[in-house]
Design a protein around this ligand. Structure first.
Ligand SMILES: [Zn+2]
Length: 244
């Protein structure tokens, strides 16, 4: 039974089978400030949006990096610790090319279904692996599928991690072609937007060819609206959660 004081979005999410797809959570309550300060958009008084990539590093990350280099852009990569262990060279490359790196857990569990102890270990282990491999200690975190819990926030705070969600998604975790991904992003992007894309696949099933192909279309479309791409940390307000 759920405690009646449990926030409704937690109860609703918990009622689903643990195997429910990320797509459900990703569109659900990602902006909630209920359990802790969360940035889901950046400052609106800019002419910029930020690109963020989840679930890497993967075999496709280098292609994402090449496109970003060609367009002279800096993005943020929320990495899975176990993937960093598997592809340390790629993880290092992300750091060396000047991108930000965030903590996206060690093995991509939905924290809602994990004990507080497991959640802590997930965040701590990812933090340690990322720092050891890349030399960068993440300051930003994004929980898998955007699902946050009290244990998540307690650990994130202790590790000095700021929680960053998104306000615009390319839905590139579904079977979409590049123009559709770009259309989804451009349909919602505005000043201060934090754009969610993927350079890896948490299920390891899909490649990121379409995301790579969508990037120039997204950047060109943003430019058409007089928006540039800025590094995520430059776009965030001084205080966490101010964007709400
Ligand atoms: Zn993810």
């Amino acid at each position: 039974m759920f405690d009646p004081s449990t926030p409704p979005f937690i109860a609703g999410a918990a009622a689903l089978a643990a195997g429910a797809s990320c797509a459900y959570y990703a569109t659900y309550a990602v902006r909630s400030q209920w359990l802790g300060a969360t940035d889901w958009r950046g400052r609106r008084d800019t002419h910029a949006a930020a690109l963020t990539f989840d679930d890497g590093p993967s075999e496709d990350t280098e292609r994402v990096l090449d496109v970003l280099d060609r367009l002279n852009l800096r993005a943020a990569f929320f990495m899975i610790g176990s993937r960093v262990e598997r592809l340390p060279r790629v993880a290092r490359m992300v750091a060396e090319r000047g991108h930000e790196i965030g903590n996206h857990s060690y093995s991509h569990p939905i924290y809602l279904y994990r004990t507080g102890r497991e959640t802590r270990r997930q965040l701590e282990r990812a933090q340690a692996v990322i720092e050891e491999v890349t030399g960068v200690r993440p300051r930003l975190a994004r929980p898998p599928c955007g699902v946050r819990t009290p244990a998540y926030f307690a650990t994130a705070r202790r590790l000095g991690l700021r929680t960053v969600q998104w306000d615009v998604a390319g839905f590139d975790w579904t079977r979409r072609r590049a123009p559709e991904i770009a259309r989804a992003v451009l349909g919602g992007a505005r000043a201060g937007s934090i754009i969610l894309l993927h350079d890896g696949d948490s299920d390891g099933r899909r490649d990121r060819r379409e995301t790579v192909a969508a990037l120039p279309l997204i950047v060109e479309g943003l430019r058409g609206r007089s928006l540039v791409v800025a590094p995520l940390s430059e776009l965030l307000a001084d205080e966490p959660g101010e964007g709400k």
